[in-house]
Ligand binder design. Structure first.
Ligand SMILES: Cc1cc2nc3c(=O)[nH]c(=O)nc-3n(C[C@H](O)[C@H](O)[C@H](O)COP(=O)(O)OP(=O)(O)OC[C@H]3O[C@@H](n4cnc5c(N)ncnc54)[C@H](O)[C@@H]3O)c2cc1C
Length: 474
């Protein structure tokens, strides 16, 4: 069996893992990043394409949490993790929420000053910016519809760098912090899955892994490490910990932003290359309205989710754009590792209040799209009528039931919550797992709750803060 040695082992190379790797490598630590997915040139695959789903998504994008209703979810599985496939939208953790988390979970050094300092660092490094020019029509729809209704809408910043002609490139981890970590001396081992952490008393001494070789066969690898950061994301991190026999407050408390979509048809063709950057924030933080990727395949999926007669709209797919309503949820879920299986059992229970909030969000989404000039709306509810006028929307209220609503999410958090209140957290204020001296989590799992905004900003800010705190002990 092959054996590797490192000072710091980082498991996963997404938003949390890449920030950790770059911070520690630049500080002169010896760093090995192990990533289960492949290392794909960020320019090799068209964004939001089917090829991207096959190459960069876990299970090619088909994962679901069981529940009533069930909720489909997506995770990245490649060097750069979910940042390679996300829309790049970036929103700092709202200050009131950070304050609530600090008090509820007793998180040390979680003041606005500390968080602002690390957000500034992340934003300078990644070039977080707004569009240099006018928004594309698919995004302007939200602004226009909201203005007609007297609602608030804003353009969200994105992790994008623009050239002098205004062309933007998403600054994913594979384009930014992964190569910068390598420049600073970090090693990246792609297509290598950590299957179990090796424990001795209150320390992790290393990990067992399985590496996929170019011919497709696998080889077992043992990695010896002095310190371990698990950054596999909110589903895989608790799965690995549970498979390694670490279970206290690990995997419970899973949080989603449950999301429902509407395919909106307009009188003329719209743009499909980008994801709308405007959000209707009138009902924030509990309800947000925005736009999704709307390539031909996404439009087809959204229309199919409506279950109605959509053949005509599908034929005119260039006139159709997909939008969504997403909520902060009072419900929660659980990740349970199953002996002998790689994939965990994921469950999520939405409360009645969640379902009402999401149904209300769906109606507001319909209102804003009709106000902006959409002519036909296909909601992701099996059998719900197509809405053409505001009066039609009321029928969606009754049509929305746990068995008819097709829900999804791309925001997954809170399975190893952080804070000094050990009775409700899996890790301390800086992500160190209770009971272990050298095992840390540094990814979406640490967020004590769903942030109500796109989560990558909070994940990266917290990861930078925790990596710095780790360095201060060496
Ligand atoms: C389609 C989509 C769109 C999104 N849009 C946005 C957006 O616009 N804005 C925003 O803020 N957020 C967005 N998100 C969410 C955001 O990308 C994630 O919240 C964030 O990337 C999570 O960071 P993370 O470090 O926890 O995990 P990830 O970035 O998912 O990285 C985890 C990595 O760890 C690897 N890994 C897991 N287990 C193992 C193991 N056992 N061994 C080795 N490697 C392992 C995985 O393969 C993966 O590459 C989106 C997500 C998706 C899927």
């Amino acid at each position: 069996m092959k054996t590797l040695e490192t000072e710091v082992l980082i498991i996963g190379s997404g938003a949390g893992g890449a920030v950790t790797a770059a911070t520690l490598a630049r500080a002169g630590r010896s760093v090995l990043v192990v990533e289960e997915g492949p290392w794909i040139d960020p320019d090799a695959v068209e964004p939001f394409s089917l090829d991207e789903m096959v190459l960069k998504y876990r299970h090619q994008g088909a994962s679901a949490a069981l529940g009533t209703p069930g909720i489909a979810y997506a995770e990245g599985r490649c060097v750069g993790g979910s940042t390679e496939i996300n829309s790049g939208l970036y929103h700092r953790l709202p200050e009131e929420l950070a304050d609530e988390w600090r008090r509820t979970y007793r998180i040390a050094e979680f003041t606005p000053e500390v968080l602002d300092k690390y957000s500034d660092l992340v934003e300078n490094e990644l070039s977080v910016s707004k569009l240099p020019g006018a928004p594309p029509p698919s995004s302007a729809v939200l602004e226009r519809g909201a203005a007609k209704l007297g609602w608030r809408a804003v353009e969200f910043a994105r992790v994008f760098r623009y050239d002098h002609q205004g062309r933007g490139v998403k600054q994913t981890m594979a384009r930014t912090l992964v190569p910068r970590a390598v420049e600073a001396g970090a090693q990246i081992l792609a297509e290598c899955r950590i299957s179990r952490l090796l424990k001795r008393d209150d320390r992790i001494v290393g990990a067992r892994a399985e590496r996929t070789l170019p011919g497709g066969e696998t080889e077992p690898v043992t990695i010896i490490a002095e310190h371990v950061f698990v950054c596999g994301g909110a589903i895989q991190t608790p799965t690995l910990l549970q498979h390694s026999g670490i279970r206290a407050q690990i995997g419970n408390g899973l949080k989603f932003h449950p999301t429902i979509k509407v395919a909106a048809r307009f009188p003329q063709a719209y743009d499909h290359g980008d994801v709308p950057m405007h959000r209707v924030t009138e009902f924030s933080p509990f309800l947000t309205i925005g736009g999704s990727a709307s390539r031909r395949g996404h439009v087809a999926l959204a229309l199919a989710d409506s279950g109605g007669d959509y053949a005509d709209a599908l034929a005119a797919w260039e006139d159709v754009v997909v939008y969504y309503a997403a909520i902060r949820s009072d419900g929660s879920g659980r990740v349970t590792a199953l002996p002998g299986f790689r994939a965990p059992l994921v469950t999520y229970r939405m409360t009645d209040a969640d379902q009402s909030r999401l149904a209300r969000g769906l109606l507001h989404l319909g209102e804003v799209l009709l106000a902006a000039g959409a002519t036909e709306l296909y909601p992701s509810i099996a059998g719900a009528p197509v809405a053409r006028r505001a009066e039609d929307l009321v029928e969606w209220w009754d049509a929305f039931t746990p068995s008819t609503a097709n829900l999804m999410t791309v925001h997954l958090t809170s399975t190893v919550r952080m804070g000094d209140d050990q009775s409700r957290t899996g890790a301390d204020s800086f992500g160190r797992v209770w009971g272990f001296r050298n095992l840390r989590i540094n990814d979406a799992s640490l967020l004590p709750d769903a942030p109500g905004v796109n989560p990558q900003a909070a994940i990266m800010t917290i990861a930078a803060r925790n990596a710095d705190e780790f360095l201060s002990h060496l």
